[in-house]
Design a protein around this ligand. Structure first.
Ligand SMILES: Cc1cc2nc3c(=O)[nH]c(=O)nc-3n(C[C@H](O)[C@H](O)[C@H](O)COP(=O)(O)OP(=O)(O)OC[C@H]3O[C@@H](n4cnc5c(N)ncnc54)[C@H](O)[C@@H]3O)c2cc1C
Length: 308
C-alpha cells in the first residue's frame, strides 16, 4: 500500500474510515477497497481535507453519488472524499433569480427545491442521480438541457490553494465533458451558481413530474452507471450495441440491459471486472462491425486489465 495510514490517522482522526469497499458508495454497487474514506459535510471541510491531502502528497478523489465512476475491484490507492457538503440557497427575490448549491448537494434536491420556489430551468436535473460536483465536472444533462446551459459560475479549489470562479465558457464544456474531465484535473469543485427563470410552482413541479415519468418509462431499473458510452456523432450507442447483437448479453452477474443497450446492469453480485469486460466487448464489436468508436461516458477509477 502506497499511502501512509498513520499519516492520515494523525491528520483526520476518527473521521477517517480505513479500507472501505467502494461498492457501498457507487450506484453500480461495485468497487474494491480504498485506503481511506473521509465523509465531508461542509464546504470548509472539503477545502481543508483537499489542502491537507495535497500538502501530504496523498492521492485523492472527490466522489458525490458515485453514479458515473466504475471503481476497480482492486480499489483505489489513496483517499476518497465522500462529498455531502449541501448548502443550498435559492435567491428567488434577486433580479435575475439564481440558485447556489454546494457541490455535494443532490441534483434532485436542487431541482425540487427550486421548483417549489416557483423557479424554472433546473427541472431536468431532478432526473439525474448525482451531485452538483459530479454534474459540473462532467456536464451532466437530460431532456435538451445541461450544466453548460444552466451554469453561471462554479467555485473551484485548485492545488496551491487558490479558489477561483469559473464560468461555463472557461470550463469549456462539450457533450458530457469539461476541461476538468478531459485534463483529469486535480481541482475540487466547491459550489455552483445556476441561472433560473421565474415561473410558477405548479408549472415547475409538473415539469419535474413529467420528466421523471418519461425517465421511469424509458430507463432500465437495477444498479447501473446510467449511460455507459457517449452517443457517437449522429448515432446512438444503444442502437449500435443492439445492432451487434449484445442486448441482454451477460458476463458474470453483469448484463447489457434488455431494455436499453447503453446501460449495463449489476444483477446482484457483479464485479467491476464483469462490467469492464462488457464495456470492452461492446467497443470491440461496434468497432468491427461499424468502424465506430464507443467512447465511455463513465470514468474508470483504479486498475483494469484487458483479458488476453
Ligand atoms: C440510472 C442513472 C441515470 C443517469 N442519467 C444521466 C443523465 O440523464 N444525464 C447525465 O448526464 N448523466 C446521467 N447519469 C450519470 C451521473 O448521474 C451523472 O454524470 C452525475 O452528474 C454524476 O454525479 P456524481 O455525484 O454521481 O459523480 P461521481 O460519480 O461521484 O463522480 C464523477 C466524476 O466527477 C468527479 N467529481 C465529483 N464531485 C466532484 C467535485 N466536487 N470536485 C471535483 N470532481 C468531482 C469525480 O471525481 C469523478 O471523476 C446517470 C447515472 C445513473 C446511475
Amino acid at each position: 500500500m502506497s499511502v501512509s495510514i498513520k499519516k492520515l490517522q494523525e491528520q483526520f482522526g476518527h473521521k477517517l474510515q480505513e479500507n472501505v469497499r467502494m461498492a457501498n458508495y457507487t450506484t453500480a454497487r461495485v468497487g474494491g477497497p480504498v485506503d481511506g474514506l473521509l465523509p465531508i459535510n461542509t464546504g470548509s471541510e472539503l477545502i481543508q481535507a483537499a489542502q491537507s491531502l495535497w500538502d501530504m502528497q496523498i492521492p485523492f478523489r472527490v466522489i458525490g453519488s458515485g453514479s458515473n465512476v466504475l471503481v476497480s475491484d482492486k480499489g483505489f490507492e489513496g483517499v476518497i472524499l465522500l462529498n455531502r457538503a449541501h448548502t443550498l440557497k435559492i435567491h428567488s427575490n434577486e433580479n435575475p433569480p439564481s440558485v447556489f448549491a454546494e457541490s455535494g448537494t443532490i441534483l434532485n434536491t436542487v431541482a425540487r427545491q427550486t421548483a417549489l420556489r416557483g423557479l424554472s430551468g433546473l427541472e431536468w436535473a431532478a432526473t439525474i442521480p448525482g451531485t452538483v460536483g459530479g454534474a459540473v465536472y462532467g456536464n451532466a444533462g437530460a431532456y435538451g438541457a445541461d450544466i453548460n446551459s444552466s451554469l453561471i459560475m462554479a467555485t473551484i479549489l485548485h492545488p496551491e490553494s487558490s479558489i477561483q470562479k469559473w464560468s461555463a465558457e472557461r470550463l469549456d464544456y462539450q457533450y458530457r465533458s469539461s476541461i476538468l474531465k478531459r485534463q483529469k484535473s486535480p481541482a475540487v469543485i466547491l459550489s455552483a451558481l445556476f441561472k433560473v427563470q421565474r415561473s410558477t410552482r405548479e408549472a415547475a413541479v409538473a415539469k419535474i413530474k413529467e420528466l421523471s415519468k418519461r425517465r421511469k418509462d424509458s430507463q432500465p431499473h437495477g444498479a447501473s452507471l446510467g449511460s455507459t458510452f457517449k452517443n457517437p456523432p449522429g448515432d446512438y450507442a444503444g442502437r449500435l450495441i443492439e445492432a451487434v447483437g449484445l442486448k441482454g448479453h451477460r458476463v458474470g452477474h453483469a448484463q447489457i440491459s434488455k431494455m436499453h443497450a447503453n446501460f449495463i446492469i449489476n444483477n446482484g453480485g457483479a464485479s467491476a471486472d464483469d462490467i469492464y469486460q462488457l464495456i470492452r466487448l461492446a467497443q470491440t464489436e461496434v468497432q468491427k462491425k461499424f468502424n465506430k468508436v464507443l467512447e465511455p461516458e463513465i470514468e474508470l477509477l483504479g486498475e483494469f486489465n484487458d483479458e488476453e
